[in-house]
Design a protein around this ligand. Sequence first.
Ligand SMILES: Nc1ncnc2c1ncn2[C@@H]1O[C@H](COP(=O)(O)OP(=O)(O)OP(=O)(O)O)[C@@H](O)[C@H]1O
Ligand SMILES: [Mg+2]
Length: 559
Amino acid sequence: MSLFELFSRQAPNKVFLSILLGIVSGIAYALLIPLVTSAIGGPPDMLEELHSSTRTLLGLEVRQFKFAQLFLFLCLFIMCTKGLSQVMLAHVSLDLTTSIRSSFYQRITDTSVDALEKVGMSRVNTAITTDIARIVDGVRVIPELLVASVTILGLLGFLAYLNASFLKFIIEAMVFGVVVYQSLMRISRRHFEHSRKKMDELQESIRGLIFGAKDLKLNARKSRVFHDDLLLVNEDAVRRSDKKAASVIRLATSFGDMISFLVIGSVTFVLANYVKATREQLVGTVMVLLYLAGPLGVVMNAISMITVSRVSLRKFNAVFDALPPEDINHAVTEPAPWNDISFNRVAYRHQAADASEGFQIGPVDFTIPKASITFIVGGNGSGKSTLAKLLTLHQLPDTGDIRFGGVRIDKSNIKSYRQAISAIYSDYFLFDRLLIEQHEERRQEIGRYLDELKLASKVSIMDGRFSTTKLSDGQKRRLALLVAFLDDKDIYLFDEWAADQDPAFKDVFYRSVLPDLKARGKTVIVISHDDRYFNVADQILVMESGTLTTCAVPAQRRA
Ligand SMILES: Nc1ncnc2c1ncn2[C@@H]1O[C@H](COP(=O)(O)OP(=O)(O)OP(=O)(O)O)[C@@H](O)[C@H]1O
Ligand SMILES: [Mg+2]
């Protein structure tokens, strides 16, 4: 999508009106010069009457009163029209910022977890904080560019009236100026593109600076290496590219400023010797040229902002496209009743970042009966969390099928079946509020769970919001468990939930929480390394290098 499309789509009427007001003010602006030049110079006969009157206003003598009145009126008119046009544009820009951000939020919501993890936090962050602001800045100057262009055209029209030969020379000089300016801008855009690429890497190091702060504090040498060889190197790369880009832009701008004076000099000292022109025509031309500098400056500035903006737009679009909406049916319907979840020859392969083959899980076959407890165990990197992602339907398998009862999970129903699942992953995120409706029964339920999870003295919930989330790791995980309980889903998956619980609460979790869930008809899947509690399970799935080696019933149960 082009920059202008973005703007005109947002509020076509407002943009049109603001451009119209801008143009009107531009024309009025251009009219100021002939007004002043004819007030200074000798009046043509028909304006004689306008010139003659002198009046006193607020104790001051004002000559050529009618001209002065007209001048004042034009000034006020320009102020109002230009002001209104700018206010409207500012509003549309802010609306546009929100609208781009909102559609980006929606995109992030609709994309797959896989795509989101691949793009990563840093790129998403830069797109939101840097690119959108730059895009909108670039878009905002487009109407100003149009208005300034109209003013320039108006001034050129006046030049044509003054002296056609001067006009020809000035247009040629302007074309030359624009071509040189554009070439310089192309160079600066290349540097901006490079700086923008480095910005993503810088964001990633800033993440390290914040999230790795504790580690860095414990190791001065590591901290220095991180600062000097990574953070500052990235910062320096951004600075150097930005500096080069900014230098070229400044150079281009001062070239633009200078060229109008060179043209004035050429007209005054050289061209005037070859072209027949009266003194008034010469003075008028010089005034127009001086006046031209303003709108020409706006045009140059607009071009440089649009240059930066286009770089950001391209980057933003790349991130946007890397987060395609999940190609699934988004309508949620009630799933058909089911008695078991079965995996039949299910295989899934992670895409590796490099050319190597990604980790593959499966083909695996197993069945999880409803209202049972299943443990998934196995060494680190054996594929338990990957299997958990398939179980919680974040992705469909590459081959084989997952069935809930007799129903095969596919694009048409995956979202509906997801709604039956509650999971606490090892990298879970605890929202600072419940995001579900509150009523008296729910409040009592929450109170009960807070007691049960031994959190009542630490956290309270007011209007659906936790009083604090500054809790110990184990307490935070218990709060996540409370949130999961409140969801009241059919399937619960816990990925190493108990890893940071104290022995007493571990016991509560395995011996009381899990059997309670089962007793309430929930299907419970637990990824665990706690072999002391494997006898709680109805079955154990053992993963090894992506394959299921055993689907065992614990010895105690068999006995
Ligand atoms: N998003 C991903 N993209 C590519 N490869 C991945 C991705 N996530 C995991 N892997 C790879 O898949 C393999 C299995 O990872 P997984 O997280 O499933 O292991 P795990 O059994 O849960 O291990 P742990 O006990 O350490 O949690 C690992 O070798 C890992 O490198
Ligand atoms: Mg894992």
